[in-house]
Write a protein of this length. Structure first.
Length: 374
């Protein structure tokens, strides 16, 4: 299920917005209009205050987008295959085709973002000083003052040596080069990230409950998000490390319960959904895979029509996004399942169904290999 929409593409990188982004955008606008600009520029009228708050908030996210784009452009030049960036509730995230293969690549990609933020902070500061000297306080000067400060703050924040922040990625690269073990380096850098997240949460709680400053809620929210991201990033590296080199043919199940495209929907429900208790089935014509039918599609059809319809009438037609190949990498296959929202995907050779790979099977294999230390 999609949780956002695409905006545009830059240098072959698709820019998308997650719906949660609008939550934080609204909160930033409200915070600027209700607190920051009235305190710093009390002479502005209400309309002007809200107008510059909207402009400043949007330009803040443009700055975040440029920060992520710099990571992505450098990453693509180094062969990481970054295809998209999604703006979401606490900033942006680049979708890496693959992780850096060596510490030097990691440092180059990680450093691109802070360099971009430094340049933006310097640019906005220079414009602010020039315009302030020429005309004093004005709405444009107020926006520039906020933008240079917030980009400088983003620079400092991202340089904290806690994974997955940029400073944490540099720390991981240093540890990776020293130990030769990316998994161990990621674990240590992630622990630094979680420690920093805990500090942010503690500071936020102190602000809220001791100093009665509701602005501390931001520290709590950012700390919670950073803690979850640090943990999730380590798990992602763990998955890649443990399952690296495994092909889909080595992890798929060859005994597949498939449905013939000519079966009636009432038979599908009785003989497949009730019997096997799976949520979806591959649909075949002979041995040729033609689609996937799931229980949610059938539920949308009135029961009185089930006897006159077949899976072919309601299935998802097969496409590259919905199939795997035997020689595909298992980690990339898992990534495809997560992106598509499907818990399992059929495996085809040509157009012939030869197996199925489920997210549950991959995670079970991961647990076994991790428990055995292999």
């Amino acid at each position: 299920m999609r949780r956002g929409f695409d905006l545009f593409s830059v240098a072959g990188i698709k820019i998308s917005v997650n719906y949660t982004w609008f939550i934080i955008l609204g909160l930033v606008i409200w915070s600027l209009a209700a607190s920051h600009f009235p305190e710093v520029y009390p002479d502005f009228d209400t309309f002007t205050t809200w107008l510059i708050s909207v402009v400043a908030a949007l330009l803040l996210f443009v700055s975040v987008l440029l920060h992520e784009l710099s990571h992505s452009i450098v990453g693509n030049r180094l062969g990481l295959g970054i295809r998209g960036i999604t703006l979401f509730i606490f900033g942006g995230i680049a979708h890496l085709g693959k992780e850096p293969e060596d510490p030097a690549t990691e440092v180059k990609v990680a450093a691109a973002g802070p360099v971009c933020s430094l340049l933006l902070a310097a640019l906005f500061l220079a414009l602010y000083l020039i315009l302030f000297a020429a005309q004093g306080d004005s709405p444009l000067v107020a926006v520039l003052q906020y933008l240079w400060f917030i980009n400088a703050a983003l620079l400092v924040f991202n340089l904290v040596p806690g994974f997955p922040l940029d400073g944490g990625r540099v720390l991981r690269a240093i540890l990776w080069k020293k130990t030769g073990d990316v998994r161990r380096a990621t674990r240590i850098a992630s622990n630094f990230g979680k420690g920093f997240a805990f500090l942010l949460i503690l500071l936020g709680l102190l602000q809220v409950f001791i100093f009665r400053n509701l602005g501390g809620i931001w520290f709590v929210l950012i700390g919670m998000f950073l803690q979850q991201t640090a943990e999730g990033s380590y798990r992602q590296v763990l998955v890649r490390n443990v399952l690296s080199g495994l092909k889909v043919r080595e992890t798929m199940t060859t005994e597949v319960v498939s449905v013939d495209s000519s079966v009636r929907l009432d038979e599908l429900v009785e003989s497949y959904f009730f019997k096997y208790r799976f949520n979806s089935f591959p649909v075949v014509e002979g041995s040729k895979l033609v689609g996937i039918v799931d229980i949610h599609q059938v539920k949308q059809i009135p029961r009185e029509q089930w006897a006159s319809m077949t899976p072919k009438d309601v299935m998802h037609p097969i496409s590259e996004e919905l199939v795997l190949r035997p020689d595909d990498d298992t980690v990339e296959a898992l990534t495809k399942m997560l992106k598509s929202g499907w818990g399992k995907l059929p495996v085809v050779a040509g157009d012939r169904l030869v197996g199925i790979l489920t997210r549950r099977d991959v995670m079970a294999l991961l647990k076994i290999k991790t428990d055995l230390g292999t």
